[in-house]
Design a protein around this ligand. Structure first.
Ligand SMILES: CC(C)(COP(=O)(O)OP(=O)(O)OC[C@H]1O[C@@H](n2cnc3c(N)ncnc32)[C@H](O)[C@@H]1OP(=O)(O)O)[C@@H](O)C(=O)NCCC(=O)NCCS
Length: 185
């Protein structure tokens, strides 16, 4: 598995971004509801283009594990992004899972389904020891996704422009237990 790996779940394809994703990405980055808890706020079309180009280049030149477009198999629509990679805002750069879905597709389980696949990749292929998620406590949907993925709050950490956020974590061992528990229910 490398920068080009395409992941698959029951309903989704998680593939690297291309220049053709610009309109789909801009639908998210221009929406204040989607960007409410992102430090940068909403983006212009040009800033979105620059960001997308940077994402595509970085995925090829370095190997930040996985930043993937979330594409619904049934419609071939790009509905969001899911990222597993180092969190540069925290000391020691722990590996973070993050997710964002276009407003019109919230509530379909896409963030959870996509993130679960990247977390599986992180623990079972990359042999990571721990994965974290930083969640603003006001962001109920994001907190719920983290919980559905088996993560739990360890501590509060100071976050730029957001104040204290909840640091969710799951260790490799807890993940194995959580997978076992899921398969027994
Ligand atoms: C957070 C986000 C990615 C969730 O995407 P999604 O595809 O709708 O998530 P899912 O459908 O997998 O799960 C959402 C869960 O949150 C619940 N939820 C939604 N709004 C909620 C709220 N205000 N408070 C508590 N729970 C809420 C849903 O009911 C669902 O839980 P359930 O399956 O138990 O019913 C989406 O809301 C989003 O893109 N938000 C803006 C970007 C963002 O904040 N990203 C997180 C930063 S890391």
């Amino acid at each position: 598995m490398n920068a080009d790996t395409v992941f698959e779940t029951e309903r989704l394809i998680l593939r690297p971004f291309t220049g053709d994703d610009l309109d789909a990405v801009f639908e998210r980055t221009s929406d204040p509801d989607v960007m409410l808890y992102q430090n940068c706020g909403t983006l212009t079309f040009e800033d979105t283009r620059t960001g997308l180009e940077r994402t595509i280049r970085a995925a090829l030149e370095t190997w930040p594990f996985a930043i993937r477009a979330i594409v619904v198999k049934a419609t071939n629509q790009n509905v969001g992004v899911c990222h597993l990679g180092p969190c540069h805002r925290l000391e020691g750069h722990p590996i973070e899972i993050s997710y964002s879905i276009v407003r019109a597709r919230w509530g379909n389980g896409y963030a959870t389904e996509a993130s679960a696949r990247l977390i599986q990749y992180g623990f079972e292929s990359l042999d990571l020891a721990e994965i974290i998620a930083a969640v603003n406590p006001k962001n109920g949907a994001s907190a719920r996704v983290a919980e559905k993925l088996g993560l739990s709050v360890r501590e509060k950490v100071e976050w730029p422009k957001q104040g204290l956020v909840d640091l969710y974590t799951i260790t490799k061992e807890a993940y194995a237990d959580w997978r076992r528990a899921c398969s027994n229910t």
